[in-house]
Design a protein around this ligand. Structure first.
Ligand code: NAD
Length: 453
């Protein structure tokens, strides 16, 4: 299928939507947003999930997670009649294009990705597809998965493509409507590649008028997604490693990051030192790529990602140690307020959240921990029932002997240090995201500790 550049859709190409019947299998953060967005541009979408509670909630217009702009889009597309949720795979039979968007978490026994859901979803789907239907994987999978799956899809009369997804939680609707790029991993068989290409182009017509579309083999498409996340994770762990030398040498990593980030080859983003990354993607994706690298003998990549992961985990240890130091060495019975529980602002996702990990560890060490978060507390109440939860920051700060900012929600960054000082028992704050103005907090009488500053 030639050089990828030859297949970029020229800007301004006809963006007319020819409505298609699509299915989306797995309606979590990725699949639900993808399903509603595809319905919003005019396609007829059947969205399937094995979790009947989730299906019922979505079908009634209730989003099972927090994602800006999603609630309105969900209700609008349900009302339009173009979006349906079901737990029954038989309902997808008419679709000409099926997206696989089920989870690929880390395996419990290794760093590798657990593909159980992908194989189960494809296995449940294939008996119901019509001849010539295209199955497009969006889930993040280890290199080699698509070529392993292709025979089964072809055996059922279908065509496989891999179409990795790059959306960011917190910006998922925007990223789906206006992606930076669209990647198609296509079969080595030219006939099948052509069918998938045409079907995906038809589906993505409204997006392709404004973004590059890159065409390649399965293996490259699979690797692009994990390589993108590995690069971002490496940037974060790089600046966190630099923050350690800044701490030791009395330098300021925030000024350093600003200065190096002004070089456009480096860029400012993902260079904020702090408690490190978490969430449902970066940690498990770098470990999965590490496992693939090990498998394929790419020793340097495996070593590099091992270091990135270990720097990231150590940042959480650093924050716990900093907390212990700031309460005089013994955490037991100390009143500690954690600002933040979600792994990042604008989300209620607490999967592998650094904030929640630090909160749990401080509680395990005997501290009386109160967690405050504008969105994630209902999720935390289910996963961490032993923590005290408080959604009002002022109430959460009351009587605190130590405060930790661990998710940089706007409402926390905007806290007035003088006003916050009136609630706490001790004016001590650890800024685990380097998001606060140390001068303002110190002027209000606080002991301020950042990361590498
Ligand atoms: P999720 O856990 O939020 O959702 C997965 C959904 O799949 C769940 O609702 C689950 O019930 C459903 N499911 C599992 N097995 C099923 C089956 N056999 N049939 C039907 N439904 C089934 O996961 P997510 O965050 O949406 O991620 C999904 C995939 O997308 C992962 O591979 C992830 O790495 C990738 N991804 C996620 C994001 C993100 O920001 N969350 C971004 C890009 C890529």
């Amino acid at each position: 299928y030639g050089h990828p550049r030859e297949r970029r859709a020229p800007r301004g190409e006809d963006a007319t939507v020819h409505p298609m019947k699509l299915s989306v299998i797995g309606v979590g953060y990725l699949g639900a947003v993808h399903a509603a967005t595809m319905a919003s541009v005019g396609h007829d979408v059947v969205a399937v999930d094995s979790d009947e509670g989730r299906v019922a909630a979505l079908a009634s217009g209730t989003a099972p997670f927090v994602e800006p702009g999603f609630d309105g889009l969900l209700r609008q597309t349900l009302d339009s009649g173009r979006l349906h949720f079901t737990a029954d795979y038989r309902d997808v039979a008419e679709a000409g294009l099926h997206f696989i968007a089920v989870g690929t978490p880390q395996r419990p026994d290794s760093h590798a990705a657990d593909l159980t859901h992908v194989y189960a979803a494809v296995g449940s789907l294939l008996p119901h597809i019509r001849p010539g239907a295209v199955v497009a994987g969006k889930s993040t999978v280890p290199v080699g998965t698509a070529s392993d799956l292709e025979g089964r899809v072809v055996g059922a009369g279908g065509v496989l493509a891999w179409n990795p997804e790059f959306l960011r939680e917190g910006f998922a609707v925007r990223d789906t409507l206006k992606p930076d790029r669209i990647v198609y991993g296509l079969s080595a068989d030219a006939g099948r590649a052509g069918v998938a290409l045409a079907r995906l182009d038809e589906c993505y017509a409204p997006m392709l008028s404004a973004c590059p579309r890159l065409i390649m083999d399965f293996a490259t498409a699979e690797l692009i997604k994990v390589a993108a996340n590995a690069f971002l994770a490496t940037k974060i762990s790089f600046i966190n490693a630099v923050s350690q030398v800044c701490d030791a040498a009395g330098a300021d990593v925030t000024l350093l990051a600003e200065a190096i980030g002004l070089d456009e080859r480096i860029g400012r983003r993902f260079l904020r030192a702090g408690v490190g990354f978490g969430g449902g993607c970066l940690p498990k994706d770098i470990r999965a790529l590490q496992a693939s690298a090990d498998l394929h003998g790419a020793r340097h990549l495996a070593d590099l990602l091992g270091q990135v992961d270990s720097i990231n985990r150590e940042q959480r240890d650093r924050i716990v140690e900093l907390a212990r130091t700031h309460v005089g060495g013994d955490l037991s019975g100390r009143a500690i307020t954690i600002l933040g529980a979600a792994f990042k602002p604008l989300s209620d996702d607490v999967r592998d959240s650094p904030a929640l990990d630090v909160a749990s560890r401080l509680a395990d060490l005997g501290a009386e921990v109160t967690v405050c978060d504008p969105q994630a507390l209902p999720v935390v109440a289910r996963s961490h029932p032993h923590l005290t939860l408080e959604d009002d920051p002022r109430a959460a700060l009351k009587g605190a002997e130590l405060v930790l900012l661990l998710t940089e929600w706007d409402q926390f960054v905007a806290l007035d240090p003088a006003e916050a000082a009136t609630s706490v028992a001790e004016r001590v704050i650890i800024d685990g995201r380097n998001a606060l103005d140390p001068v303002a907090w110190r002027e209000a009488g606080w002991t301020y500790a950042g990361v590498g500053r």
